[in-house]
Design a protein. Sequence first.
Length: 416
Amino acid sequence: MSFNSLGLSDALLKAINKKGYTTPTAIQEKAIPRILERKDVLASAQTGTGKTAGFALPIIQILAQGQRLRRRPVRALVLTPTRELAAQVYAEVKEYCSFVDIRSTVIFGGVNQNPQVAVLRQGVDILVATPGRLLDLHGQKMLSLAKIEFLVLDEADRMLDMGFLRDIRRILELMPDRRQNLLFSATFSREIKRLASGFLNNPVIVEDTPEQATVEKIDQKVVRVDKGRKTRLIIKLISEGNWKQVLVFTRTKHGANRLSQKLVKAGISASAIHGNKSQSHRTKTLDGFKKATIRVLVATDIAARGLDIPLLPHVINYELPNVSEDYVHRIGRTGRAGARGEAISLVSGEELAYLKGIEKLIEQSIPSEIIAGFEPSQGTETKIEEPQKLHFRKPKPKSNKGNYKKRQRKFGKRPE
Ligand code: AMP
């Protein structure tokens, strides 16, 4: 299949050619024609599948072929959970617009609003935004959503995880009812389905089964090691393997900082990227990492979502995520665009339950090894995995009934 058969205009094909894409990805192949047919779309696709082009190209085409409105009100809104993703989506949209008269911009929090407002004033057709800054500028009457024809919710599952549901609902109320809606999400949880049924009209469901596809392209490995020896092991792996571009995941922001400092002390250029870092730090770090002046990027899950770093050879899980799906997102940062990648997870005894959950999700067991000099001490694991053995007297059985009632009073009835 080539891009020529998707119904895209010459101007867009030229932009695609300039980007160097030769064949559409699965999600592009499935989504682009349906969006051009003006259907609402519910798509399962994660970062790395080419989803941005999947929604951006047909929207740009429809807007470019339609009549231009006076003063260029915003006609397409792309909502993303993070600033990084917003910036990356915008960068792509801008490139796809190289040969059409469509203007776009991006707004997100954490930076001065004035330059963003100045661009909005000149009129833009496509706006990429994070929910908070969008509502903020709307509240200040700096922008209007009254002429919206397209709404894209990108990484909708992550938006819900980050607590944006209320903001999304408020934003929906600011737009005309007649519009085309596209929802992209890595997972189709019950919450996502509920959100989707609330605003998508008769959507076409486009599934890419990206998780399996991604996982198959990646050499995954578990290295068993004690928690306290992970830093030394990671230094050994990076130095002896002479790895140049490594993305390391930690569970906490604090952990990311600590690890990156220790790597720097060991003479490995590294930097942490997470929610507490300023936007300029994040941009600088990501730039350094792409240019290979920073060898190791230590990131938390949320910060890493949407990072556009093609062809990453190594991903290391310093700690396993406690949400199995995050493992798939993490290792999806390697093995992109046809290249094989390697994902190594450092797993201590405390994390074995997480490992089990992950293996169940990806429907395969990950080969595990032990590195000489870093053998895990079995004793610690047994103690942690079987805490009940520490009880000498049998604890009195407790009734849960009262607690359940209390919980019901506090949180209300469990949702159906
Ligand atoms: P996304 O999933 O939208 O974040 O895209 C992941 C990466 O794949 C980005 O760097 C895109 O520029 C790139 N990409 C998107 N579509 C294609 C394609 N058809 N062929 C090759 N690379 C692509």
